[in-house]
Design a protein around this ligand. Structure first.
Ligand code: 5GP
Ligand code: ZN
Length: 113
């Protein structure tokens, strides 16, 4: 399977990894859209939110705990931040391995484009 995030998880290509455990990896986005832009992914390959199943519930919940902790460490928690998942073509998902964007460090507009 040809998946760039699986390659990052397996350390086959480099990334600025800010957190890792047995189930989850988090690394800085190479094209950041905010002063802090970190991608948080399950190590298990899941294509998108549309293909998650019941067995993924724990890891998807844990990702939000990881996001909370990274946001505190990156000092964006106090002013506020955003955690977003793009699912599918219309939402602009370009990498077909489910990932949560943690964005912060500036005022974020709503609604997004
Ligand atoms: P999507 O558009 O699928 O929601 O987000 C994919 C994100 O992955 C984009 O923000 C893009 O900049 C980022 N990205 C794509 N390729 C790489 C890569 O090789 N390394 C890292 N760190 N980020 C990547
Ligand atoms: Zn993958």
């Amino acid at each position: 399977m040809d998946c760039i995030f699986c390659a990052i998880i397996k350390k086959q290509i480099p990334a600025d990894v800010v957190f890792e455990n047995d189930r989850i990896a988090a690394f800085r986005d190479t094209n950041p859209q905010a002063p802090v832009h970190i991608l948080i992914v399950p190590k298990k390959h899941i294509t998108s939110l549309d293909t998650i199943d019941d067995a993924d519930q724990a890891v998807l919940g844990e990702i939000q705990i990881v996001a909370r902790d990274i946001a505190r460490r990156e000092r964006i928690a106090e002013i506020g931040y955003r955690l977003v998942v793009n699912c599918g073509i219309a939402a602009g998902q370009t990498v077909r391995h489910v990932h949560y964007h943690l964005l912060g460090g500036r005022k974020l507009l709503w609604p997004p484009g």
